[in-house]
Design a protein around this ligand. Structure first.
Ligand code: SAM
Length: 285
C-alpha cells in the first residue's frame, strides 16, 4: 500500500474512523521521497530506532525496512487500528502508546532495545512540542547516537544557527551543549495533509559523547542561556539582571574579568563564554 498517496492514506484513516486533531500536531506526510531520505539519513541495519509520533506509519515502514528494531511512541490511541493495518507486517516493530514527554525513555530502551549497540531517534515531530521534545530527549542523556527530526523551518534555522550569531537563541545554546546540529533538507508544506501554514526542514543532531563545555551547574547554565535572549534589545547586563534578579555590578565585574565590554549583547557570546559567565555569576559569595 502506498501511504504517500493522499487518497490511499485518507481511505485507511476513514475506514478506521480516524479524524485529524490539530491540537496533536497531526499533519501527515503525503510525499514519497521525504521518509526514505529521513530513514537513510538516520539508520543502518545495525541501528535500532525510536520514532516519535508514527501517525499513519509512513515513516515507520521506511525505518522498519532499514533498521534492526523500531520502537514507535504514539500519543493518540485512535491510531492503533490504523497502525495495525499499515505496519502489521513488520516483526521488528513495537508500538508504545503514551506521551513522549511523560514516558520513561530509559525504561523503554531497557525494555525494548536492550541488545542494541546503536540507537537513534527519528521523527516528524508534532510542532506544538518541538522544543520541549528536543530538550527532553537531550537532557535525558539517553544512550542515543543521533536525533533526526522534521521541525518547522524557522525552528530548524534557529537550532542550527551559530552560537554567538544573530539567528541564535536559548535553544541553539542548549542543543549545541549536547550535540552538533546540521540541517539536511527543506520540506515544503505541500508535502503534508492537512497542509500546515509553514514549510519544514529535516535536521540531524549528532549527540556529543561529552557536553561541549564543562560547567559547574547545568541548571544555572540553562537559566543564564534563557536570560541572555529574554530581552534581545537590551544589553546583556540589563537582560540578565532583569530576568534573574542579579545585581548589575556583579554581572559587570564578571564580564570585566572575562575581558568583555559592559555594553555587549547576550546573543553575541560564544558557548564557552556563556559557560564561563554562568560559573562566575552563580559562584558562591
Ligand atoms: N509520522 C507521521 C507522518 O510523518 O506522517 C505523523 C507525524 S505528525 C506531524 C505528529 C504525530 O505525533 C501524530 O501522530 C501525533 O498524534 C503524535 N503526537 C503528538 N503529540 C505527541 C506526544 N506528546 N507524544 C507522542 N506522540 C505525539
Amino acid at each position: 500500500m502506498d501511504l504517500s498517496n493522499k487518497n490511499t492514506m485518507l481511505q485507511i484513516l476513514a475506514d478506521n474512523g480516524f479524524s485529524f486533531k490539530k491540537s496533536l500536531g497531526q499533519n501527515f506526510l503525503i510525499d514519497s521521497t521525504v521518509c526514505p531520505r529521513m530513514a537513510d539519513a538516520s539508520v543502518s541495519k545495525d541501528t535500532s530506532v525510536i520514532e516519535i509520533g508514527p501517525g499513519a506509519g509512513i515513516l515507520t515502514v521506511e525505518l522498519c525496512k532499514r533498521a534492526k528494531k523500531v520502537v514507535a511512541v504514539e500519543l493518540d490511541e485512535r491510531l492503533k487500528p490504523v497502525l495495525q493495518h499499515t505496519t502489521g507486517g513488520y516483526d521488528n516493530l513495537e508500538i508504545v502508546f503514551g506521551d513522549i514527554l511523560k514516558l520513561d525513555l530509559k525504561e523503554i530502551i531497557s525494555n525494548h532495545l536492550l541488545n542494541s549497540d546503536h540507537i537513534c531517534i527519528c521523527a516528524n515531530l508534532p510542532y506544538y512540542v518541538t522544543s520541549p521534545v528536543i530538550m527532553h530527549l537531550l537532557k535525558s542523556k539517553l544512550p542515543v547516537e543521533s536525533i533526526t527530526v522534521m521541525v518547522q523551518k524557522e525552528a530548524a534555522d534557529r537550532i542550527c544557527a551559530k552560537v554567538g550569531g544573530k539567528k541564535s537563541g536559548a535553544i541553539t545554546v542548549a542543543v549545541n551543549y549536547y550535540s552538533k546540529a546540521e540541517k539536511l533538507f527543506d520540506v515544503p508544506k505541500s508535502c503534508f495533509y492537512p497542509s500546515p501554514k509553514v514549510d519544514s526542514s529535516v535536521i540531524k543532531l549528532i549527540v556529543n559523547k561529552e557536553p561541549a563545555v564543562k560547567i559547574n551547574s547545568e541548571d544555572n547554565f540553562f537559566k543564564l542561556s534563557r536570560a541572555l535572549f529574554a530581552q534581545r534589545r537590551k544589553t546583556l547586563i540589563n537582560t540578565v539582571s532583569n530576568t534573574l534578579s542579579i545585581d548589575k555590578e556583579k554581572i559587570r565585574n564578571a564580564l570585566y574579568e572575562m575581558g568583555l565590554d559592559g555594553n555587549i549583547r547576550g546573543e553575541s557570546l560564544s558557548i564557552e563564554q556563556i559557560a564561563e559567565l554562568s560559573d562566575n555569576i552563580f559562584k558562591a559569595g
